[in-house]
Design a protein around this ligand. Structure first.
Ligand SMILES: *Cc1c(COP(=O)(O)O)cnc(C)c1O
Length: 367
């Protein structure tokens, strides 16, 4: 039995009729940009996340970029973020000419260590950009307290964490904006790129919407330089279908995670992911920490079990950051974590038998 790390075809097979109908509706009406599917998705997700506004955008990366643009982040500004995540957050900061300032992570949750935040704030700091990694929200209580004390914006990267909760409140409802991605492998994924920005402030929401339409208001009258950051109607139509299933899928991810937790409890070589007391994870990834990672990956591969490394290299040592006054050794926990993490299959359509095979494979190496 081969166990894939991820298999999107299984999800499509289950929803095929509804998805095909939704796509056919967009094609029949040719309302391809904006329109009723996009508006419906924005309304449903704003309500779900718990914000006044939701603006469909072209990707999770663009959700971050347009948020920072709308907050007027630019040269001379500093944005505090994590060195252990996908490149997008730091890329958005750098593209606007601002400087990313990293704080090391909490090795238990993989998220930025909020207790180190205060020390990273300077008079140039304008925003905090926490990333809710692998489906677990950051310590938003502390992050929002620090932000309030220093009058900073908070841009939540919730690309991997739709429906994740901290003290029973959802990701995306804590910050100045929340930025989600609909990349196909996220918990709510489209059939291509897409994203959404959540916020409560009406003026900020209007500006984000306008920036995503070339800064124009009305059309062809450009108040500022923006870009094309719109969400496609076909993606919105598909996402409206999939949203019906999100609770079920999250439940299934949690079942897989609980089974892995239980199975690896007695395996000292495997550190399972820790969920902080006040948090509920949506397990976009189930990521374990092991010292002999390459051996584990090789043996699982031989056993037919797919794995992935998120992330093999921290952000502060990336060549693209040249000149950001950080380097190897600066964030030792993030660096060590990059060498020890491996993610196991946790997608909702994974079967119990497949999951058992993953467990057998891991225990075969370390047990
Ligand atoms: C996927 C991801 C993004 C980028 O989203 P895209 O839709 O691919 O642009 C940003 N941040 C994190 C943490 C992600 O996992």
């Amino acid at each position: 039995m081969d166990v894939p790390f991820f298999d999107l075809r299984r999800q499509y097979q289950q929803l095929r009729d509804d998805i095909d109908d939704a796509v056919a509706d967009v094609l029949a009406t040719q309302h391809c940009i904006g329109g009723p599917h996009v508006e419906r998705l924005e309304e449903r997700l704003a309500k779900r996340v718990g914000t006044e506004h939701a603006i469909g955008v072209s990707s999770g990366s663009d959700a971050l970029l347009v948020s920072l643009m709308a907050l007027d982040i630019g040269p001379g500004d500093e944005v505090v973020t994590t060195p252990f995540t996908f490149f997008s957050p730091v890329e958005a900061i750098l593209r606007l000419g601002a400087r990313p300032v990293f704080v090391d992570i909490d090795p238990a949750t993989f998220n930025l260590d909020a207790s180190r935040l205060e020390a990273a704030i300077t008079e140039r700091t304008r925003a905090i950009l926490p990333v809710h990694l692998f489906g677990q929200i950051c310590d938003m209580t502390t992050i929002c307290d620090v932000a309030d004390d220093h009058d900073l914006a908070v841009v939540e990267d919730m690309a991997q964490a739709i429906d994740a909760r901290h003290r029973n409140r959802r990701a995306g409802s804590w910050g100045t904006t929340g930025c989600v991605s609909f990349y196909p492998t996220k918990n709510l994924g489209g059939a291509g790129d897409g994203g959404m920005v959540f916020c409560d402030d009406s003026e900020l929401a209007a500006r984000i919407r306008r920036l995503g339409r070339h800064g124009a208001q009305p059309k062809y009258h450009h108040l500022e330089v923006g870009g094309n950051f719109r969400l496609d109607a076909i993606q919105a139509a598909i996402l409206n279908v999939k949203l019906e299933y999100l609770d079920r899928w999250t439940k299934r991810r949690r079942q897989h995670a609980a089974a892995y937790d239980a199975a690896f409890e007695s395996v000292p070589d495997v550190a399972v992911p820790t969920v902080a007391d006040a948090n509920e994870s949506v397990y976009n990834q189930y990521t374990i920490t092991v010292s002999e990672r390459d051996k584990l990956i090789d043996e699982l591969d031989g056993y037919g079990v797919g794995t992935n490394i998120y992330y093999p290299e921290p952000l502060h040592t990336q060549p693209a950051l040249n000149g950001c006054l950080t380097g190897a050794g600066d964030f030792p926990i993030a660096e060590q974590t990059c060498e020890q993490v491996v993610s196991l299959p946790v997608f909702p359509e994974l079967t119990d038998d497949e999951r058992r095979r993953v467990v057998d494979g891991v225990i075969g190496v370390f047990g």
